[in-house]
Write a protein that binds this ligand. Structure first.
Ligand code: A2P
Length: 283
């Protein structure tokens, strides 16, 4: 990868820019509109949102106001946990599209595999939801479909009835939290791994290992973390509402981490905690 607009190719041939712009915890309104515009102005061509972030309308507005051609930007959104079932999924998709102001979506994901509301029958609930997403895909309304926060057993359960293998799994990945089992399982099925919280929601950046590595390469801790993600073959989705950081996070193509330093980062202690376990969420 040599620039933000270099791509990974999904199993169905759809191309996805190798770094995406994250919007989790970005408040709706001007802050979101302006950060999306700032990201597009400095070269990002991939924006990640979700129904539950509450900012789909602002993402859509930022895209329009940026003046960048819609077809040049890859947009992802996600189905929230309160929605499962065939018709319900189609309705939620239509609502997200109305808010985003789009006719065709690039990537639609099931946000979590085992919502609290469906804990007794998550397999069947996901199967019906996935059937709706597959039909939207076959109808040409979505260019690629995938999942998020799926562990191998969630993935295998979905495959029992799936007509389309998910093209993406978006999971929490950063130095010190490399989820090797899920990563290997995805690789076996030719599933691209998207890395959310690639900076550990910011908490990672003061870790000593990362700070020292940043000094060695004359880069910032954020740049080291994102470079690690790319060299792992992941698709990082860094979030920021700060223009200088949005730009800083793009300067990750002019250096290479050595194999030894990659390993050190992979094995470093995780200062950010284990995160939500997909089978034990309270939402
Ligand atoms: P802010 O949005 O206020 O600029 P993640 O992508 O892992 O979720 O991390 C996002 C968090 O990291 C946000 O709090 C964001 O702050 C912060 N952040 C993003 N980029 C940088 C950077 N280059 N340096 C320091 N903090 C950053």
């Amino acid at each position: 990868m040599k620039s933000l607009t270099d791509v990974y190719t999904l199993a169905n041939g759809v191309k996805i820019p190798c770094v995406g712009f994250g919007t989790w915890q970005t408040p709706d309104g001007d802050v979101c509109v302006d950060s999306v515009k700032a990201a597009l102005a400095c070269g990002y061509r991939h924006i990640d949102t979700a129904a539950v972030y509450g900012n789909e309308a602002s993402v859509g507005l930022g895209l329009v106001e940026s003046g960048v051609d819609r077809k040049d930007v890859f947009v992802t959104t996600k189905l929230w946990n309160s929605v499962r079932g065939y018709e319900e999924t189609r309705a939620a998709f239509a609502e997200s599209m109305r808010k985003l102001g789009l006719d065709v979506l690039d990537l639609y994901l099931i946000h979590w595999p085992n919502p609290k509301m469906y804990r007794d029958n998550w397999e069947k609930a996901n199967a019906e939801t996935w059937r709706a997403m597959e039909d939207l895909y076959f109808e040409g309304k979505i260019r690629a479909i995938g999942v998020s926060n799926f562990l191998p057993h969630h993935f295998d359960a979905l495959l029992k009835t799936a007509r389309v293998v998910p093209m993406v799994n978006q999971i929490r990945l950063f130095p010190g939290f490399a989820q090797p089992e899920t990563v290997e399982h995805c690789r076996k099925h030719n599933v691209l791994l998207q890395a959310y919280s690639p900076l550990g929601t910011g908490k990672l950046l003061s870790a000593e290992t990362l700070v020292k590595m940043a000094e060695k390469y004359n880069k910032t801790p954020a740049q080291i973390a994102l470079r690690w993600s790319l060299q792992m073959g992941f698709n990082p989705l860094p979030k920021s509402v700060t223009p200088s950081r949005i730009e800083e996070n793009t300067k990750i193509f002019d250096f290479v981490l050595s194999e030894e330093d990659m390993e050190t980062l992979t094995q470093m202690e995780n200062p950010c905690g284990a995160g939500n376990h997909p089978d034990h969420t309270s939402f």
